[in-house]
Ligand binder design. Sequence first.
Ligand code: ZN
Length: 294
Amino acid sequence: MKSLLVIVFASAVLCVLQSYPVEVDLTLKFDPDAEDQVWKVKTKHPENETKLTTDSMDISTLLEKANANLGKTPDGTVIRFGDIAVDPLESTNADPCTARSCKWPKSSDGNVYIPVKVSSAFSARERTVIEAGLISFDKSTCIRFRPHSRERDYLFVQSLAGCYSFLGRRGGQQTVSLNRRGCVYHQVVQHEFIHALGFNHEQTRSDRDGYVNILYENIQRGMEYNFNRVNTNNLGTPYDYGSVMHYGRNAFSSNGRPTIVPKPDPNVSIGRATQFSQMDIERINRLYNCKKYL
Ligand SMILES: [Zn+2]
């Protein structure tokens, strides 16, 4: 009873300290084997989720800023397309998600439970942002990111050199990097975990040439490969300028001029998402056949 009171008190303090509209889940139970992995927060008011975003910073700006100069991580992982990690031994041309199955398994209750371990290097405030980003999938998809306990395959969120993620499930411990300086934002958390679900960037879609022009003359030399088209499975969904997976107009620009221009209307806003779009959600639900949400 005494320890429960301590938990309640600590939770209340945490709640007061947070500047985010999240409430501490007082019903949480501690698993002695995974104490540090019990998530402390739960978004009880999903309509408040947007307040967790940083309105002034869009996904593309955040990623480019945090990943400036990121090409290869210290452990040899190669970063392509700005923030997608690839094993150096894998073919760089084949989309690993179409080359092999990369979906996370589905449980008999129709949900897809994905174990996530969050490094203890993050502060309480940073954990709140990360956990709230993960729980944001609960509301509109069958994806359930949950604290890792003993599962073999899981995602390990660490503060490494930049923001990046592998595409889809790889097996075993799988890194998602959210550097403490520049990546711990709601939209970045959603973006990187959507990569981990198996999705590419919107502007690399197989059908993108019908929707955007890529201006190679404005791209930094050596960065052109970031604009390669990928043989994506678009799941019958339309191209989405508002996707949290879409890069901005000036991504990898060498001269401040645009590198991605929508067509036919060049003034359409792109890369400005501060959270996932309806179509991002739809695509997740189609890929994972989330029957309850389709
Ligand atoms: Zn990305």
